[in-house]
Design a protein. Structure first.
Length: 184
């Protein structure tokens, strides 16, 4: 499988069980899925074809994304029924671990003036969401082919209902959280 999955099974899971004082193996937090999505409403104001965004997400994730079409018409947003307004992919198993490894070790260090990602983006149920403002930081995207940049929203879904346990899991994967600068 993936290098990160092997590391999780051999090192991270036993260490988390000990650190979090868990009694059952099934209580150990683990990754369930990673959801990657892009809202393309503003992207389609000037262009009518969502295919460049779909191709970008397919290159980034290694999986063909689904194109979401609106179910309702909203006149304030100039949105009609059946008009595309989003693209998303749900990654599981090996693709999920490969994507997370690439995100931690390749993509986030490429961000200019990167100081880490906020620890405050947990949802209260053990899931972590954050956004990337430009898709061009992924190595699969050739800058010559980019017509217009777009952002990406990434949600990491864990098996634990506790934010503290999910944070411990992501820290064990060496997720680049911001260093806390508390003055005492």
């Amino acid at each position: 499988m993936s290098e990160l999955y092997t590391q999780y099974n051999k090192e991270i899971a036993p260490r988390l069980k000990k650190e979090l004082k868990l009694t059952n193996v099934n209580q150990i937090p683990k990754l369930k899925r990673i959801c990657v999505n892009v809202g393309i409403g503003t992207y389609l104001k000037n262009a009518t074809d969502p295919e460049p965004v779909v191709d970008n997400i397919a290159k980034i994730t290694g999986q063909k994304p689904l194109l979401i079409k609106s179910k309702k018409a909203v006149s304030n947003f100039k949105l009609r029924v059946g008009q595309p307004n989003g693209v998303y992919v749900t990654l599981r198993n090996q693709k999920m671990y490969d994507f997370l490894y690439k995100l931690i070790n390749v993509v986030l260090p490429r961000v200019k003036d990167f100081r880490g990602i906020s620890e405050k983006s947990f949802d209260g149920n053990g899931n972590y969401s954050f956004g990337i403002t430009e898709h061009t930081i992924f190595p699969e995207i050739m800058l010559d082919d980019v017509i217009r940049t777009h952002g990406i929203q990434i949600t990491i879904v864990t098996s634990t209902p506790s934010d503290e346990h999910a944070k411990a899991l992501l820290k064990a994967f060496h997720f680049p959280f911001k260093k806390s600068t508390k003055k005492e």
